[in-house]
Write a protein that binds this ligand. Structure first.
Ligand code: ADP
Length: 472
């Protein structure tokens, strides 16, 4: 396996990238955009002041004057409102005596007014950079916004002047802050990495370590390993897997024991009868030969079952589906059980409508039916009553095999379709039964995508059923 980077370093890596991006964004904003943004803000507030004054132009002189004073004090700007005629300023109403506009020559002001007039929007923005401001040695920038408007046939010039204080000091403060923020961020990254690692990485490592014992079915749940749902789920999935492995292991061991027992019984009989017939010539009877033949058949049956199951599960079986008469098939298969009816007092009832055709693998369906019948015969107990019924429902033929024997406990019901599962764990029946019949049935029916199931009540009996599509 490729040596991959550990989770701890991966978390740290992503956090570092995140931190670097954050710092980068902050740096760009503080160093590059702060000044232009600040300037833009200032200019737009100067323009707003001009608009406020323009709105008040039709007020009488006194009101306008007090508005100008109020605005200039509120926004720390210098405001000039003048009406022009013949290229000259007249009726100037100055505010903030002593402000920059006040100190400028009328022709300078007129110059800016002319520029504003010439522009399509009637406005002009002039920047004046100054080395000195009020005795402070700083790069002070002065902005003069001029707007020419016409109101009641009279042309007005509104000029607003505001200063953009240099933000060098702010920038260097921010720069220092950025260094501190970077350090805090780094520390936070280390702390978060460790916390996340404790939350995600450690439980994973613990579970991984414990999971190495899984093949032996020894995994034990890692208590408190999950501070988050996924770790808990992984934990319980592995616990379940270990439980399943243990069960499968035990079932396999049981199977070997059962199969050995099942193989040994007929083998003992065959060799015993064989020896007896060899040593005692008068024992060479047809009945004794029949015992040998029956026991050989039982052996063949068992070995076939085992082979079948492994073939079906290895997916080397391909269904050979045809359209066939299932009524005829069931009648034919039931004949095999006549011997139980005639010799052992079984009552086998059949309710099978004739001429029903389905689309399926005939040989495999015969195998399914035989398995149900064999089980019914084996487990019907003293009652010995079996009913085979076929009905047609929703375009399907439903085949039921019902017995009134020992039944199956509710807790065993989900397991009987599993390989090697036997309710009768003590294996006392002399009848061959290795717990694989229903597993084969299940595989065959699932290959057909057919519905199947069982209804059973303990001591009352069971009904095993399956459905096949009617051929049209
Ligand atoms: P087996 O060869 O042991 O019969 P199966 O796979 O056919 O194996 O059946 C699995 C188990 O299901 C049986 O051991 C038995 O306990 C139970 N079982 C199957 N059919 C019946 C039935 N008709 N009545 C009661 N129990 C049944």
């Amino acid at each position: 396996m490729k040596n991959k980077i550990s989770l701890k370093w991966k978390i740290a890596k992503y956090f570092l990238i995140f931190g670097a991006v954050m710092l980068g964004v902050m740096f760009v904003f503080q160093m590059k955009f702060l000044e232009p943004m600040y300037e833009e803000e200032k200019i737009s507030s100067i323009k707003e002041v001009a608009e406020e004054i323009i709105d008040e132009l039709d007020e009488d002189t006194e009101d306008l004057m007090s508005e100008i004073l109020e605005e200039s004090m509120r926004t720390d700007t210098c405001i000039v409102v003048a009406s022009t005629s013949d290229g000259m300023f007249e009726g100037q109403r100055f505010s903030n005596v002593g402000c920059e506009l006040y100190r400028m020559r009328p022709d300078e002001l007129m110059d800016m007014a002319e520029k504003a007039k010439e522009s399509p929007s009637g406005e002009n923005l002039t920047r004046r950079d100054k080395g000195m401001h009020d005795g402070h040695n700083a790069d002070f920038t002065s902005i003069i916004y001029t707007k020419v408007v016409e109101k009641d046939g009279q042309e007005y010039v509104v000029m607003v002047n505001g200063g953009i204080t240099p933000i060098n000091a702010t920038v260097s403060t921010l720069r220092r802050q950025l260094v501190i923020i970077s350090l805090i961020l780094m520390l936070a990254i280390v702390v978060f990495t460790l916390l996340l690692y404790r939350g995600i990485g450690r439980p994973l490592i613990r579970i991984n370590e414990a999971a190495k014992t899984l093949p032996k079915g020894e995994y034990t749940a890692q208590e408190g390993s999950g501070q988050y749902r996924e770790a808990d789920e992984l934990n319980s999935t592995l616990t379940q897997a270990a439980e399943d492995i243990r069960k499968a292991d035990k079932a396999k061991r049981d199977l070997i024991a059962n199969v050995s027992h099942d193989l040994r019984t007929p083998l003992t009989m065959i060799s015993g009868y064989g020896e007896m017939m060899r040593d005692l010539p008068e024992e060479k009877t047809d009945e004794n030969l029949d015992v040998i033949i029956q026991e050989s058949k039982r052996l063949t049956h068992l070995v076939n079952d085992l082979l079948d199951l492994s073939r079906i599960q290895g997916q080397s079986i391909v269904l050979n589906c045809t359209d066939f008469d299932i009524s005829a098939l069931l009648e034919k298969e039931m004949k095999k059980f006549d011997v139980y009816r005639l010799q052992e007092g079984y009552e086998i009832e059949a309710d099978i409508p004739s001429g029903i055709h389905v689309y399926a693998d005939e040989a495999r369906i015969a195998q399914v039916f035989n398995n149900f019948m064999n089980n019914a015969v084996s487990y019907c107990g003293e009652n010995r009553h079996i009913i085979v019924r076929m009905t047609q429902e929703n375009g399907k033929a439903r085949i039921r095999v019902q017995d009134f024997g020992e039944g199956i406990a509710a807790e065993d019901l989900p397991n009987i379709w599993d390989r090697y599962y036997k309710v009768d764990k003590t294996h006392v029946r002399p009848v061959s039964g290795s717990g694989i019949g229903l597993a084969i049935v299940k595989e065959i029916l699932e290959l057909h995508h057919a519905a199947y199931g069982v209804e059973s009540t303990l001591h009352k009996g069971s009904t095993f059923w399956f459905e096949l599509p009617l051929s049209s």
